[in-house]
Structure formats: C-alpha cells, structure tokens
Design a protein around this ligand. Structure first.
Ligand code: FES
Length: 367
C-alpha cells in the first residue's frame, strides 16, 4: 500500500491511499493537482457516453491518418531502395529521386502530425485548470501521485479500449521508424560506386566525352588561357573549355590556376613529385587545384599570395598550396585535388587528364 500525505509538498496533510478502491484514479489525479496548486475546474468527455457514433467516427478518421502516415513512410523506404538516384546530365527520372523522397516523407509526417492533433483536439476530454506558480521542488508523495497521473493519462488516451487506433498506430509508426533508419543504414552499407568507375572522378576536364582531346582551361566567358595571361603570384579561376563548361552542369569543375613565384614553385614541385597521385601535375611554375572545398563544398578561392595559403570562407579551412594543398587549419581534413596541367600545340593551357582524385567533400572515392 502506498500512502501519501495531502497538502502543499506533503507538509501537514491528510494521508491518501492511492490504492483505496473507493478512490477513482481521477480522484487521485485531482488530489495530486491540488497539491501542486492546480485546480481542475472542468474535465468532461467530448462525447455522450463511450463508444458513441461520433466518437467512433473520430476514431476512424484518426486511424485513417495513421494508416496514411504508414503507407507514405513505406513508399519512402521503397523509393529509397529502388528509385535510380545517380546524377545524369539532362533530364531523367533520376532528377526526381530527392523530390520523391521528400514528398513521401513529408506526407507521412504531416499525416502523423494531423493524427496527433486530431487525437488531442477531438478525442481527449476538455479540461480547464488553474495553476499557481511555486519554485520549490516536489515532495516524494507528489512524485508518486504524478506517476498515477501519467497512468491515468494513458488510460484516458484510450488506446487499450480502441483496438482500431492501436492497430493504426502500429501500422503507421513501424514504417515511419524504418523510414527514419533507412538513410542512416543505407548510407553506411551502400557503396555508390561498387563495380563501377567512380562517378565523382569525372569532371568537365575529362577528355573522354571531348572525343579524347585534352580539354582547355578557359575563363568564364569561354576564352582559352595562355601561361603568359597569368602574372607571377597571380591566380585565375578556370573552367573546362567544353560547351556549358562554366554552367552548373559542371559545378564540380571550377579550378584555381596559380602562377607561383620561382622559389615557391620549386617547393610545390618537390612536394607534388614526391606524391604518387600529384606527380607531374604542375606545368612550369603553374599549378591548378580544385576550388571545391573538401570540407563541405564551398568555393575555396581566397588565395593569399605571400603565404601561399588558400582559404575557404565558409568555415575558415586553409590549404597550403606549396605542399599539395594540404589542409593546415580548419575543419577540412583532406587536401584539394590537383588538376594535371599541360599546354597544347597552340600554346593554351589544357588539362593533361581529368582530376586524379574525387572532388569535394566525398569519402567513398578517397584513397
Ligand atoms: S566548406 Fe570550406 S571550410 Fe567548410
């Protein structure tokens, strides 16, 4: 038997037996509320008797919302698994991968939200309570009563006596749980480039779609660049010299072409040639690095000529250009990929090949 004391925070109060059969749970709830200086003024069901026609209709509607939520969450999981997601140039069904996921998950959450709202507004009894504020902590018996109050609330929610709602909740919540877990688990186990050439190695500088011809480095307006166009210590943003090379179709391709001073170039060449991936990537005193920050993909383009540091404005990562664009400060943990340089027969810069590492904040493709 659990006996509690009546009165503010248990001091000088009448004992209350929470298991006294003469007391209904609501009596205990009301008593508990009084001890917390809450007076329940009105507490009445929204329906005439239990299981009335009106109540059944509300229960059906809420159940329907839970079922819709479950179906939409199931659709999310199915789309997540079967819908083709790889990015392809031009319009393709792949373009709808993200919207389809967003819409299905949105419908699921919306239906769940409406179900909970409708439950609270239409099914739960109407209650008006008045509460005084107090600052001291609750006594032990107040806490016991609070436990009974929660049990009472669970009864009032009426899940036990409304099997339709119980089933609908199970139907709605289980798929929603799976939908929440799917991207987490899928992201951990699915290698997007398994058995495949790594997609993210391909940028606009890839010579293969350019009929095997090396792709020129161009300005934003598409004009090609000669070495003498970039002064010593200077830098210029370049794009692949292919149709649409400076557009979003080649959003992974913007590159910073830097003309290093002779002594800095010497340092950079020693570092590049001692690295298996960057070996031979420089041309003369020129070096080119991807502008896509390896932290979160912002354009890293604040080049500090005196220190040879490239700064990313988003989260302040800094890359040291004379050491294979190694990150030396900030959240980026991987260097910027170098674009191998060459000059064609007409004296214009070209990419000797596509990037040899994946661009940006990837992880599957990194050695
Ligand atoms: S995106 Fe460059 S530091 Fe975060």
């Amino acid at each position: 038997m659990t006996v509690t004391k009546h009165g503010a925070h248990g001091a000088g109060t009448e004992p209350v037996d929470v298991q006294d059969p003469r007391l209904s749970r609501f009596d205990i709830v009301r008593e508990g509320a009084r001890r917390d200086d809450i007076e329940i003024v009105t507490y009445e069901s929204q329906f005439e008797g239990t299981n009335s026609k009106a109540e059944k209709r509300v229960v059906r509607n809420i159940a329907l919302l839970f079922v819709i939520s479950g179906l939409a969450a199931t659709a999310f999981v199915v789309f997540y698994i079967v819908w083709p997601w790889e990015f392809k140039l031009g319009h393709a069904i792949n373009d709808y991968y993200t919207p389809v996921l967003g819409i299905s998950l949105g419908i699921s959450l919306l239906a769940l939200g409406f179900a909970i709202l409708a439950w609270a507004k239409k099914l739960l009894p109407h209650e008006v309570s008045i509460q005084d504020r107090h600052n001291s902590p609750s006594s032990d018996d107040d806490r016991l009563i609070a436990g009974q109050t929660l049990a009472y609330v669970a009864d009032e929610l009426g899940v036990q006596r409304r099997p339709l709602l119980k089933g609908a909740i199970a139907l709605g919540m289980a798929p929603l749980g799976v939908a929440a877990a799917a991207p987490l688990i899928g992201g951990l186990i699915q290698n997007p480039h398994k058995d495949d050439e790594p997609m993210m190695y391909r940028t606009g500088f890839d010579p293969v779609p350019n009929h095997g011809k090396p792709v020129r480095l161009t300005r934003e307006d598409g004009t090609p660049i000669r070495p003498e166009d970039v002064s010593v210590g200077g830098q210029i943003t370049v794009f692949p010299g292919v149709p649409g090379g400076a557009t979003n179709h080649y959003a992974d391709s913007p590159t910073l072409l830097i003309h290093l001073r002779a002594d800095d170039a010497e340092k950079a060449r020693t570092a590049a040639d001692s690295d298996a991936v960057n070996k031979g990537a420089m041309w003369g005193n020129y070096v080119a690095y991807s502008k896509i920050c390896t932290h979160a993909g912002c354009p890293a383009s604040l080049y500090e000529q005196q220190t040879n540091r490239l700064l990313c404005p988003c989260h302040q990562s800094q890359f040291i250009i004379t050491d294979n664009a190694r990150p030396i400060f900030g959240p980026a943990s991987r260097r910027l990929p170098a674009l191998p340089l060459d000059v064609d027969a007409e004296g214009f810069f070209v990419a000797a090949s596509d990037y040899r590492e994946a661009i940006g904040p990837d992880f599957w493709e990194r050695p």
